[in-house]
Design a protein around this ligand. Structure first.
Ligand SMILES: [Zn+2]
Length: 128
């Protein structure tokens, strides 16, 4: 199957690589894509592991899991990104994530902050 992140390549050779192996993503935008795919594939551990470490203890696994499995994931669009490249230590990605929940179309638009620590990118929080 093609990857839920919209890359038009196979899931196993796209975000599936990061979900399965724990291999670190090169850029903030790749992390954004792989986190969207993690929702679509119910990879809740991946969502937790890629959350900024100090925030992981507040991570609501049950909440994320029911949101992930109760939704139909329709696609991700990257609208903008600032920094977040391999040579950066932080960056933002603005996206729109489309899903269907209880028969209702949800278009979540968010500007997310990502930071890198010890060479690993993490999702920090929404900043817009
Ligand atoms: Zn992907």
């Amino acid at each position: 199957m093609t990857c839920p992140c919209g890359s038009n390549i196979n899931y196993e050779t796209c975000c599936g690589v990061f979900h399965a192996s724990g291999q670190t993503v090169p850029t903030a935008q790749t992390l954004m894509r792989s986190r969207y795919s993690a929702f679509a594939k119910h990879e809740i551990d991946y969502l937790k592991q890629t959350t900024w470490p100090p925030y992981q203890k507040h991570f609501d696994e049950a909440g994320y899991f029911s949101r992930a499995k109760d939704s139909i994931w329709l696609g991700l669009g990257i609208l903008d990104s600032e920094d977040g490249k391999e040579s950066d230590t932080k960056g933002t990605v603005t996206f729109i994530a489309k899903s269907m929940l209880n028969g209702e179309l949800i278009e979540q638009r968010e500007k997310s902050l990502f930071k890198k620590k010890n060479g690993v990118w993490y999702y920090v929080k929404a900043v817009g």
